[in-house]
Design a protein around this ligand. Sequence first.
Ligand code: CDV
Length: 307
Amino acid sequence: MRVINVAAAQMGAIQPDESREAVVERMVKLMRDADGADLIVYPELTLTTFFPRYFTDQQAEIDKWFETSMPNTVTEPLFAEARARNMAMSFGYAELTPEGRHFNTAILTDKVGNIVGKYRKVHLPGHAEVDDERTHQHLEKYYFEPGDLGFPVFRTMGGIFGMAICNDRRWPETYRVMGLQGVEMVLIGYNTPSVNSQRGAEGPKKRLFHSSLVVQSGAYQNSTWVVSVAKCGVEDGHPLIAGSLIANPDGEVVAVAVTEEDEIVQYPCDLDDTVFGKQTVFDFKRHRRTEHYGRIVSQTGVELPPE
Ligand code: CDV
């Protein structure tokens, strides 16, 4: 048995004027609630409201949402609490590099607060320019550049861990690239608006269904644990779905959030439960047929067959 007691730390709404210090206090409280956890996982862009819903062309206004170092003065208390509790953690934040590059990033620490993994969001959803046809803006393509680190996995705590961020969870390639590196637990944070900005009929019920569907499929098809963690509730009038969950390597939901607020969803995940699937139905080496998968990496859009 290789049991990792995991806490999915769902976070309720963060308003635009809420300070990073106040958010970190909430994160520390969740850490205290996650008694006995080996690993705590927070959502995408944990430290601020979901700012890609706002447009500004003022660089200083843009950069105020970003962190130029990690840990930093504001997050140090979080790292200290994690160290004191011997708890590994993962959380998302907006990263501004010394070269002036902007990424939607997540990190993973070990149990003594060292950053052992970094991931930068690859599949940026939304649009790069204000689109008045939409009921709300989703300007991730304006604020961030696509991640440049691929989908790495990291050995820590006796297992193999990977990360993905929000929209990444909808893409099977995300999980498969990590699956091909033997991933045993995928950590995902998200901010998903409760209503599709281009199709009002797609409301929270369907959004929650899709969210579970994709992480459960990713877990099953790669025989891995998946921890999927929401920032939710109503931010500045904009509702975000909750539904944080932990899926086992059979694709079953073993723990799920029941509120739209700060909440711990906890489960003892045995990494050895990934072995059976990886050695049987999803033994990639025996069963994959790469000679037929060329299109997956050689084209992006659809190429229709000749009429
Ligand atoms: N933050 C996100 O990546 N949100 C997307 C929305 C725009 C659909 C998501 O996939 O949940």
